[in-house]
Design a protein around this ligand. Sequence first.
Ligand code: P70
Length: 463
Amino acid sequence: MPYPKPSRRSWAEPFKIKVVEPLKTTTHEHRVKAIKEAGYNTFLLRSGDVYIDLLTDSGTNAMSDYQWAGMMLGDEAYAGSKNFYHLESSMQKYYGYKYLVPTHQGRGAEHIISQILIKPGDYIPGNMYFTTTREHQELAGGTFVDVIIDEAHDSESNHPFKGNVDLQKLEDLIKKVGPKKIPYASVAATVNMAGGQPISIGNIKAVRKMTEKHGIKIILDATRAVENAYFIKTREKGYEKKSIEAILKELCSFTDGCTMSGKKDLLVNIGGFLAVNDKDVFDEARNMVVVFEGLHTYGGLAGRDLEAMARGMEEMVEETYIRSRIGQVEYLGQKLIDWEIPIVRPIGGHAVFLDAKKIYSHIQQDQFPAQTLAAEIYLDSGVRTMERGIVSAGRDSKTGENRHPKLELVRVTIPRRVYTQAHMDVTAESILEVYENRKKVKGMRMIYEPKHLRFFQAKFART
Ligand code: P70
């Protein structure tokens, strides 16, 4: 027995590794060339030039043997595939909504629900924007209004539920524009752009109480709701003993439907869905999906993809899994905290967010500190991360001016069940190296800017 006795029990991955995929290391010289060719945008790097890929947790998960076995049971019928019915009943079991419309991924569902519920001139309040979600709301003629609590915009605030809606901000908006101009509140669990921060049950309940008397719906972005459920279990009074499965269902019960990117919580590589309780909205969505995605029983996916999602739902709510998932993110974040590298607190569910504004305090926001930091980390070690700052925030749809978000972050995102603790160590050490050399670095200028979701394809050059 080691002495002193460890004060807590460690988590460990509740799985062992059956198949491995080799990683390639590259030389510094190679990386200098690769990132320059990519216009200093990590989205434009070839994955073959990347060592540890922490760009995103989206579609980058490792599936289990149970999910892979399910892939062989894909029923590739054009209509009425068995796997659709399996997914439908699983969604009803774990999320509790009545009706399911599968889509190829999350933004497919966002497109459909935005077109159905939003009229030009409407306002959509939400707990911080998400890039694709807001884009679809604006394409439908709506204006997104941020009603998240102020703490969410402060990287240092240790508020346990930084994803909470500020009820006063919501009420003010309802008073200002009138409830008829607000088709729904767009509530995310967890909030990606705030740093993977959760919303509490207490807060969503209060939002429900306020909106329902005005006939305003709530559409949940359930993409990482399981991770949110874990934070509720570990942080919200009265939920310690409840299962993740029960908390997830309770969270959804205060909402009228959800959009879902299955590529996260559902432990798959592709897929998503829209789920609703209202029969009329469902009928319209089911009709629209055939125009944009595919027939209403496959929504742009193969039968095997539907099966993998259904099986992923069984695994996502396992307590040992979710504990190790969040535990791994915490492990990386805690290392950086111990080294006094500024990151968003508390550590989020799917990623550690580096505070580029603080790290590169000498670089103006218009010279893209987060974009620069992501490029520098890649240059140091081949670890790929993502900008979540002024580039991601884009331009105001009315004035055309650059938005200047308070948070200027680099997201170090952890795919599920893919990397080991040693990969986290190597990543942390690379971030430390870049941090120590921070004073030598200059910002960048944008040399190419696409019209939609510019962060995906924009190009930069050194100033
Ligand atoms: C990411 C991915 C996707 C996402 C999300 C939330 C909370 C909806 C979606 C859309 C992929 C991504 C998307 C835009 C910019 C960068 C990266 N997030 N809601 O890496 O789902 O991708 O399936 O259409 O996080 O965070 P989908």
